[in-house]
Write a protein that binds this ligand. Sequence first.
Ligand SMILES: C[S@@+](CC[C@H](N)C(=O)[O-])C[C@H]1O[C@@H](n2cnc3c(N)ncnc32)[C@H](O)[C@@H]1O
Length: 287
Amino acid sequence: MLETLNTIVCEVERDRTLERPEQLRERIRAMDRLEDVMQHEPSGITPAGLAVIATLRRRAKERHATLADVQQRLCDAIRHAIKLGAGAHALRGWVRHDDLLQPWGYDHLDALVGDVLALDEPVSDIAPLDTDMVFYQPTPVRHVLDLIERARLTSDDVLVDLGSGMGHVPLLVSICTDAQAIGIEREEAYVSSAQRAAAALRVERARFVAQDAREMDTSRGTLFYLYTPFTGDILRQVLDQLRREAGRRPFRIATLGPCTPTVANESWLRATREPQADRITLFRSIA
Ligand SMILES: C[S@@+](CC[C@H](N)C(=O)[O-])C[C@H]1O[C@@H](n2cnc3c(N)ncnc32)[C@H](O)[C@@H]1O
């Protein structure tokens, strides 16, 4: 075990490329490895071994602090760019195509965007969910950036995130595109967090509404996004609302997760490519 811990610390200390801002994926992975060293709990080890571990922990902590500093400077630069209205340039282009090969779980992009958006924990209690409502889990950032890339949103677009949680989809859409974005979320504490983040970053094109999606005004959205916020009867009711809206004008829907096959079965929608639950799927309404 000592040898493994030593190898980690030596490798991460030696690799100076980790200090380059663009080495995000590698830096976050290295920081995770250093955290493993820092948190290692030795057992059945000699006093000499304990001393070696203490030294390795100290070195790991120092190297971690250096990399955290690089990370903080990158995050501050992106936040600054967002406040100046240049967030699209600062945030787009981070996704590599192989990032999407791993559909689930969170990665280096979530770590970066989490720091950039600085979404604070809700200050009040979270209300229990009713049947068919899905608990808050954010869309992994690589999928949000994939959605932004593929949807080619313009200033004529309004993205509506149904069940927007703490709001990072509307926030990223408003930062990275010229579109408006609206988050509809039943949990008021999440809505307040999203509003605080938008105000702190001066993101004016994102709006958040504390509301049940079944009561939303469907008339404004040009792209409705569902990261499986609800299932069963609620999903049915919302799809029926959207079908009625599609009778008045065309729009698009994007999905991710288990709601995708249900949405794909709607006769008034056409997927732009083979629907897949683990990739963003875009649909167009047909009259
Ligand atoms: C899986 S999370 C999706 C979060 C966000 N859309 C994202 O992609 O990062 C589902 C969210 O939908 C919300 N939700 C569930 N049922 C809802 C409803 N009927 N109306 C509005 N929000 C709802 C939950 O509170 C939760 O925050």
